[in-house]
Write a protein that binds this ligand. Structure first.
Ligand SMILES: Nc1nc2c(ncn2[C@@H]2O[C@H](COP(=O)(O)OP(=O)(O)OP(=O)(O)O)[C@@H](O)[C@H]2O)c(=O)[nH]1
Ligand SMILES: [Mg+2]
Ligand SMILES: [Zn+2]
Length: 349
């Protein structure tokens, strides 16, 4: 039953593919039982082994408060269970990991989902719509190893959908697909089919009330996740979803629904050469000085673009803000890694 071919058959509907690092690691050491983390609650994990779904115990060190969050399992992880299947022994190597940092006194990195092919960044075409927040999401996605798609929901309730979408022209120009749908309607949600084929895994992220669980139910073809109306005044959701859950869709892909995120800080490990702001990086290459800060330097191509109205000031300011935030977070990380009780150096991340 532990033969790689049996494993592949059993776990294929759960997104197991021969090219994944987890499958390669398993082939080298097929001991115990392989499964995928299908639910993550505050109190623990549920996993699916392709035959049944059940709760499992975490290894003792994971429960220590200082234990690095990234070394614990997260929804979407493939894990090795001990032969009795009661306990996780090991997190198998990941192909990608979507993470954010939560604000607060200490920088706290929070892994959201692992082994993801596509991050669907869900935004309502209502009071939720915010290009600057989308850019922030896209910087986090660029560091994850997964590809982003922006999903605009509530097109059926928005009269200015085209105008709002036009404000994402720079994002689309950077190669990020943008899809506008009615998340309640299966025909409309079918526009996401290119990312939902067999063997693929996608995660839905976005603010509370954006329509993640509504979309999940529509794609599943049944009401599995609870949904709730947003506040009329400001379109804010009520944090209806409280755990992360992975489901296999009729189209074949695995989809992970997550609770709406309040805070979305950078971890410091994002790419410095940004894909998200490639237009600005390209402009900056034309500045007279290589270290131009685009303040008042002569021959500044970025300022020129701002003055000519080619570059949106909001986008430029956000780029700077995110760069500064990333630099500050990277400093905290470096200090922590140099500290005597720095994070344990493991082969995984
Ligand atoms: N008309 C319309 N309503 C939508 C659409 N998408 C979501 N809604 C509504 O928006 C509200 C919030 O949707 P949810 O699916 O609960 O939002 P969520 O992103 O899962 O929110 P959290 O679980 O709190 O993070 C519900 O009343 C949905 O019916 C859409 O495309 N069109
Ligand atoms: Mg939800
Ligand atoms: Zn410049």
């Amino acid at each position: 039953m532990n033969h790689p071919i049996d494993i592949a058959k059993r776990l294929a509907p759960l997104g197991w593919r021969a090219d994944l690092p987890a499958a390669r690691a398993w082939a080298e050491n097929p001991a115990g039982r392989a499964a995928r983390v299908s639910e993550q609650h505050r109190t623990g994990f549920r996993v699916c082994d392709g035959e049944r779904e059940f709760a499992v115990q975490s290894p003792a060190p994971w429960t220590r408060s200082g234990y690095p969050a990234e070394l614990r399992a997260v929804v979407g992880d493939f894990v090795r269970l001990e032969a009795g299947c009661d306990q996780i022994v090991e997190v198998l190597p990941r192909s990608s990991l979507f993470r954010r940092a939560a604000a607060g006194e200490h920088l706290k990195v929070q892994p959201i989902a692992a082994n993801i092919d596509t991050v669907l960044v869900v935004t309502g075409l209502d009071g939720d719509f915010n290009p600057r927040r989308l850019e922030r999401y896209l910087v986090l996605v660029s560091a994850s190893g997964a590809a982003p798609v922006v999903v605009l929901t509530k097109i059926d309730r928005c009269e200015e959908a085209d105008a709002l979408r036009a404000r994402l022209a720079d994002i689309e120009g950077g190669g990020v697909p943008v899809v506008a749908i009615n998340a309640k309607d299966a025909d409309s949600a079918a526009a996401l089919a290119p990312w939902l084929g067999g063997g693929r895994t996608v995660v839905l992220v976005g603010s509370s009330g954006a329509g993640k669980s509504t979309l999940t139910n529509t794609l599943l073809g049944r009401s599995r996740m609870r949904t709730a109306a947003v506040r009329e005044r400001d379109s804010r959701g009520r944090h209806t979803t409280t755990h992360r859950a992975l489901m296999t869709l009729p189209l074949g892909a695995c989809l992970i629904d997550t609770p709406g995120m309040r805070e979305l800080k950078l971890t410091g490990e994002e790419d410095v050469a940004d894909q998200v702001f490639e237009d600005i990086e390209q402009l900056a290459a034309g500045c007279r000085f290589r270290d131009c800060r685009h303040d008042a330097e002569p021959g500044c191509a970025v300022r020129a673009a701002l003055e000519a109205g080619v570059l949106e000031p909001g986008r430029f300011n956000n780029h700077r803000k995110l760069q500064d935030e990333r630099a500050a977070a990277a400093k905290v990380l470096a200090a922590r890694q140099n500290a005597p009780q720095g994070r344990p150096r493991g082969p995984r991340r």
